[in-house]
Ligand binder design. Structure first.
Ligand code: PMT
Length: 398
């Protein structure tokens, strides 16, 4: 059955982009109903949205009574997902305080479906503590905020607060509603982010991993029904909306936590960039700067993935390979050396791929010799494609 998305449009110049969101969702075969504030109608007409969604648009809560008995409750019950796009500071404030005197406020309060907010406003407004507090409050009760983009704003300022790309918004909605529950009941462990190996209390060896790849995998797996445990090194990423997050700092801590959860897992995906070497000893106090050179003695960190490979049993093990040359050859060696089912090879020297970007480019190598190439795409898209490859493993029974 087609999924029903209720789209709330509020009074921002970015309202015209909501038309593309509505069109994109309709094209995906979703049933789309639109509700608009009076402010939104100053920027875009209900007729446009009516035409694109194929359904009447609700603006005035009371005039809607002619069509539906209690319109906001009807919307709230029908919804598989509610998205407010764009969400102005005013609407965010109203939702955060439970004000329900228009269609959007009342529907959001009445629904038990997931709620997504795509804020759009001037960056001074977006970064104002009141708006940030309101967003935090909404996130705390489970609403999801689609982070606005950086760039030129309608007022001419440059900063954050610009509505996220329509393609990104569509991806978030489709990801939530994809209808795929193909990992239902499966236990998946994902690792993400870097580790830090301390030299003294304030200095450490690490790498530029942001955690984006691993967090995208954890979110995608959770959206597809898996029970996810995410073991994360230090990152600034927002935790996935579902599942458990375990925070670690060093490779030794990651090893300990991974081994704790491993026995109950069906699938393990190791996207973390574990630092290979750690200082042989950690100075208790800050090392004072002298005139000469200092020598740092390093010892090998345990290879967590290799250890899992030696105890693999029936579990599916997916590794990553971060390479700067001989991508496929080096990845193949890791696949066999660590006894994996799949390895995701990314050339971290390539533009748009690897560390800290929102996108990635990958070759996925199977144990049976198959190689699947994935061109430039968002890390969320790649995460879903990797999960599809996991499903494709013969006899995997996931
Ligand atoms: O976090 P982002 O900014 O989004 O960047 C994503 C990423 C580049 C970190 C990710 O796509 C990626 O490539 N992750 C693996 C990085 C890495 O450590 O690759 P490697 O080739 O050194 O290690 C191979 C595999 O062994 C990895 O799955 C790694 O998690 C694992 N490993 C490595 C060393 C070690 N001591 N223990 C391990 O488990």
């Amino acid at each position: 059955m087609a999924k029903t998305v209720i789209v709330g449009i509020t009074g921002s110049i970015a309202a015209y982009k909501a038309a593309e969101v509505v069109r994109g969702l309709s094209k995906q075969g979703m049933e789309v109903h639109v509700m608009m504030t009076e402010g939104a109608c100053k920027f875009i007409t209900p007729l446009t949205l009516e035409t694109l969604s194929g359904n009447p648009v609700a603006v005035d809560m009371f005039s809607e009574y002619q069509r539906e008995k209690v319109p906001h409750i009807a919307y709230a019950k029908q919804a598989d997902l509610v998205i407010i796009v764009p969400a102005t500071a005013a609407t965010i404030g109203r939702l955060a305080t439970g004000i329900a005197d228009d269609m959007i406020g009342a529907t959001v309060l009445a629904t038990r479906a997931p709620v997504l907010l795509a804020p759009a406003m001037n960056s001074q407004m977006y970064n104002h503590p009141l708006v940030q507090n309101n967003l935090q409050r909404l996130e705390e009760i489970g609403y999801e905020v689609i982070t606005p983009a950086l760039g030129e704003l309608a007022c001419g300022d440059v900063g954050d607060g610009r509505l996220a790309d329509v393609s990104h918004i569509l991806e978030q909605v489709i990801g939530k509603l994809g209808g795929q529950n193909d990992f239902q009941g499966k236990n998946i462990l994902v690792t993400a982010g870097p580790t830090r190996e301390f030299i003294d209390p304030i200095r450490f060896i690490s790498n530029p991993s942001s955690g984006k790849m691993g967090y995208a995998l954890a979110q995608a797996a959770a959206d597809r029904g898996a029970n996810v445990v995410l073991i994360s090194g230090p990152t600034g990423e927002k935790p996935p909306t579902k599942g458990k997050v375990v925070r670690v700092t060093t490779a030794a801590e990651m090893l300990q936590e991974v081994m704790k959860y491993f026995p109950k897992m069906d699938i393990v995906i190791k996207a973390a960039a574990v630092v290979d070497y750690r200082p042989q000893s950690r100075a208790v106090q800050k090392i004072k700067k002298g005139d000469g050179q200092i020598q740092l003695s390093l010892e090998k960190n345990p290879d967590i993935l290799k250890l899992l490979g030696s105890r693999k049993g029936e579990k599916i093990l997916v590794g990553f390979a971060a390479e700067t040359q001989d991508l496929v050859k080096n990845a193949r060696e890791k696949l066999t050396g660590k006894n994996l089912d799949l390895i995701v090879a990314n050339d971290v020297g390539q533009a748009g791929a690897g560390f800290s970007t929102d996108t990635n480019i990958a070759h996925v190598l199977h144990r049976d010799g198959r190689v699947v190439e994935f061109p430039l795409g968002t890390k969320t898209q790649l995460a879903h494609l990797i999960l599809d490859e996991v499903l494709s493993i013969a006899g995997a029974e996931v």
